[in-house]
Design a protein around this ligand. Structure first.
Ligand code: SAH
Ligand code: SF4
Length: 386
């Protein structure tokens, strides 16, 4: 193992103020910090050596002191329809995390999106029974830089693709238009690093992703939701509900015993009063568990009068033996909600042919023998991080 890499702190873990302070300590004027910031977060430099706005000796001193980028891309899979890319990264301590890029309406109107789904923890402590990440347990929190780095890497890939295709497609959108905190882990359990990442992604001299184009998804940690209500950023909140009553919810989501539905709904309502923002409720449809018409009716009753939208997500297959309901049953569930005045749409998962669901690729790589072939045709080297 290369200990020099481990020893150097990641430059991506520095806030803007911390970057200015670090350069000051190195005897450099404040404008150098600004140049460096832009080179990292706007030009997306991968190494200090390539930052031509900085004097060569300073580039070398930075490289001695800091790790320029903490993520090592290990696997990249593209779905058959070419609209989803799934990436697996190795972190400096060998942990593996997943990131997904989803392209919507790539060849269509100006509203088309390039959404990156990012992880905030390696693993997750909350143990939802239908979730591949939850079944793997908690490893550790990701740092601010490890969270932001996922978006930066994808933005670089998109930029390279666009450079190749620019002759063909007119496209004035940013490289990454939206970020959803819906990968591995619970963002509100890693609160400070998640919010630092939001601030950094939002920086106009960096990736410049509008707060309204970012969504934080939570399993329903009540204190975190209340804290988020007081933040200055206008990020979107998505709440994983997945059941209309405590008995059903506790069966698949252990967190419900700590924060039952009444407490959760109370926090969400307070969030809405404070922010005046519409909340999304995610509802993973599990056949025979939470997809009965009576449960749709109970859900409609629970959400009546709440400024919200319901996202129905047919479950992605994992090791756990949950099945997705058939389309008729999904449609019935949605219609009951809509007829009761609750806006509900079905989000058909994209990229299921490449294990795009949270934690699924990592689970498969970890359990595969070294050098195993991962379809469609990518070689995994040292996937266990040894
Ligand atoms: N920990 C946060 C965010 C990460 S999970 C949360 O739970 O909200 C993001 C979303 O994916 C959650 O709504 C989660 O319930 C959902 N999810 C987990 N496993 C899934 C699966 N197998 N199929 C479909 N959605 C799943
Ligand atoms: Fe953790 Fe979210 Fe998976 Fe539940 S669904 S185990 S909270 S990542």
């Amino acid at each position: 193992m290369d200990t020099t890499t481990i020893a150097r702190p990641s430059i991506l873990d520095l806030s803007r103020d911390a970057l200015v302070a670090a350069l000051k300590e190195m005897g450099e004027p404040a404008f150098r910090a600004r140049q460096l910031w832009k080179a990292i977060y706007s030009d997306l430099a991968v190494s200090f050596e390539e930052i031509s706005t900085l004097p060569v000796p300073l580039r070398a001193r930075l490289a001695e002191r800091f790790d320029p980028f903490p993520l090592e891309p290990r696997v990249k899979l593209r779905s058959k329809d070419r609209l989803v890319d799934k990436l697996l990264f190795r972190l400096p301590d060998g942990e593996l995390i997943e990131t997904v890029l989803m392209k919507y309406g790539e060849f269509g109107p100006a509203r088309a999106r390039r959404t990156v789904c990012i992880s905030t923890q390696a693993g997750c402590a909350l143990g939802c029974t239908f979730c591949a990440t939850g079944q793997q347990g908690f490893r550790r929190h990701l740092s601010e830089g490890e969270i932001v780095g996922q978006v930066m890497h994808v933005a670089r890939l998109v930029r390279a693709d666009r450079a190749r295709e620019s002759a063909k497609i007119e496209d004035a959108r940013p490289d990454v238009t939206n970020v959803v905190f819906m990968g591995m882990g619970e963002p509100l359990a890693n609160y400070s690093h998640t919010m630092a990442a939001v601030a950094k992604l939002n920086d106009p001299e960096g990736l410049n992703i509008g707060a309204r184009h970012m969504t934080i998804s939570t399993v329903g940690l009540v204190p975190g939701i209340l804290k988020l209500a007081d933040e200055p950023f206008q990020v979107n909140l998505a709440v994983s509900l997945h059941a209309p009553d405590d008995a059903t919810r506790s069966e698949t989501m252990p967190v419900n015993r700590r924060y039952p539905i009444a407490d959760l709904m109370d926090a969400v309502k307070r969030y809405i009063v404070k922010t005046n923002r519409r909340v999304t409720f995610e509802y993973v449809l599990l056949h025979g568990q939470n997809d009965y018409p009576q449960q749709a009716e109970a859900l409609a009753k629970l959400l009546r009068g709440v400024l919200c939208h319901v996202n129905l997500i047919p479950v992605n297959r994992t090791e756990a033996s949950y099945e997705r309901p058939d389309n008729g049953r999904i449609g019935t569930f949605r219609d009951i909600l809509n007829q009761a005045g609750i806006a509900a749409t079905v989000r058909f998962e994209k990229g299921t042919d490449i294990d795009a669901g949270c934690g699924q690729l990592r689970a498969r790589i970890i359990s595969a023998p070294q050098g195993a072939q991962v379809s469609p045709g990518k070689q995994v080297k040292n996937a266990s991080g040894e």
